[in-house]
Design a protein around this ligand. Structure first.
Ligand code: ZN
Length: 418
């Protein structure tokens, strides 16, 4: 290092340290504001003064302040800034700076906006736009602002929860604080094999291990995929594992390495909303017999009905018996019928091509029906069959090297279980 260079450093040390202190103070400030409780409509003030820091006496005292504010319903970012005392010039300059990185029309009521001040002078804002991204807007000169997108690192860890069924599977999972989107995924995974109306009983046991995403402060901020799950019901263990093959394709498999996905769903309705079919509150919902050639699923009016398998709608209309009903022809000569609907799904008409799980209609009580329920029939080669007895071959089975890798993954899961 030559003498020229050290002179330069000496010349520049003051602003550098000054910036460093401000930066450190800002970080401290942000940490403080993260820990303050604030609710919509309230403004929390936290401020610290650097005047007590006596490291460098030549630095003028800088007071940094962060206000947590929340956009009110019916407001906009510019209105919100002006409501909080920001001049219209500053407000327009901030909007100008952020309009290309934030879709301002998509900011919702309750969105947090941090207002930053230096020596009581408006210095910029911070908007946490998603769990992993903050938008920082800092004053660059007397009239302009710079925008920076700050990405937060999220860490993913597995989280395991057990539940014992004491009411519906859905309610029992909620009681154990299983996140709702994980419950919905669970119900979808078991809908291929489980009749949520008749199979689930009090005392059935559920285990689920799923991914949880944590922010830099260690708060759980989101959930990821279900890694594995076991449901003990009707004397059998239904275990399902997520597996990503060597080509990166992800699917769910049973312990034998067969895909869980089947040609038809066993529960062609959102199983979360099925009204209890057992215990003292047994509903008059009937099962399959020679007179009643279908399965009934009791659920509140408006519950989405799912298309049981991929196919084409051959009928969507009304008659006195079935009320509003839809008939779907599937690729392998199976035909399914969904009756008593209150309404048809969006775009469902004769000729519509439908995917498994697509909403085909909504539970109702039209036609010959005594209360809201789905009446579901399956026909095969023109004969009506009992949906409960349907047995479909798996979509595919892991073989060779994939089967070996899959079994290795299963043993590592098993050894990690208590
Ligand atoms: Zn029925």
């Amino acid at each position: 290092m030559g003498p020229l260079r050290s002179t330069k450093i000496l010349k520049n040390w003051r602003p550098a340290i000054f910036t460093l202190i401000i930066f450190a103070a800002l970080i401290f400030q942000l940490t403080i504001s993260k820990n303050t409780q604030a609710t919509a409509g309230y403004i929390e003030k936290t401020s610290i003064s650097l005047s007590s820091v006596s490291v460098i006496e030549t630095i003028p005292p800088v007071v940094l302040e962060v206000k947590d504010t929340f956009i009110r319903s019916g407001s906009s970012l510019s209105l919100h800034l002006e409501d909080n005392g920001i001049t219209s010039n500053d407000s327009s300059a901030v909007i100008e700076a952020v309009k290309d990185v934030i879709n301002l029309r998509r900011l919702r009521a309750g969105q947090k906006v941090e207002l930053h001040y230096e020596n009581n002078y408006f210095a910029g804002i911070m908007i946490p736009v998603s769990i992993d991204k903050d938008i920082l807007v800092n004053r660059s000169d007397s009239s302009g602002f710079n925008v920076t997108e700050k990405y937060k690192r999220l860490q993913t860890y597995p989280s395991s929860i057990d539940a014992v069924v004491d009411s519906s599977l859905y309610a029992s999972c909620l009681k154990q604080d299983i996140p709702e989107n994980i419950i919905m995924d669970l119900i979808q995974l078991y809908s291929f094999d489980v009749d949520f109306q008749r199979d689930i009983q009090r005392g059935d046991q559920l285990h689920v291990t799923f991914e949880r995403l944590y922010d830099e402060e260690g708060n759980p901020v989101d959930t990821g995929n279900i890694l594995y799950t076991t449901l003990k019901t009707g004397g059998q263990d239904l275990s399902i594992f997520r597996y990503e093959n060597s080509k990166g394709k992800v699917d769910y498999y049973n312990p034998e390495g067969q895909t869980v996905r089947k040609t038809l769903l066993k529960t062609p309705i959102n199983g979360a909303y099925i009204t209890s079919g057992y215990g003292p509150r047994v509903s008059p919902i009937s099962g399959y017999n020679s007179v009643h050639k279908g399965m009934d699923f009791g659920a509140p009016r408006g519950t989405p009905i799912k298309t049981s398998g991929d196919g084409t709608v051959t009928y969507a209309g009304y008659n006195e018996v079935y009320g509003n009903h839809v008939v779907v022809r599937h690729v392998n000569s199976y035909i399914t019928l969904y009756a008593h609907m209150s309404a048809f799904g969006r775009g469902i008409r004769r000729g519509s091509v439908v995917d498994q799980g697509q909403v085909i209609g909504y539970v109702g009580t039209t036609g010959m029906s005594t209360g809201p329920h789905l009446h579901y029939e399956v026909r095969y080669n023109r004969r009506q069959i009992n949906p409960a007895l349907l047995k479909f071959p798996p979509g595919h089975t892991l073989a060779g090297e994939e089967a070996r890798l899959y079994q290795n993954m299963l043993s590592s899961y098993r050894s990690s279980l208590p």
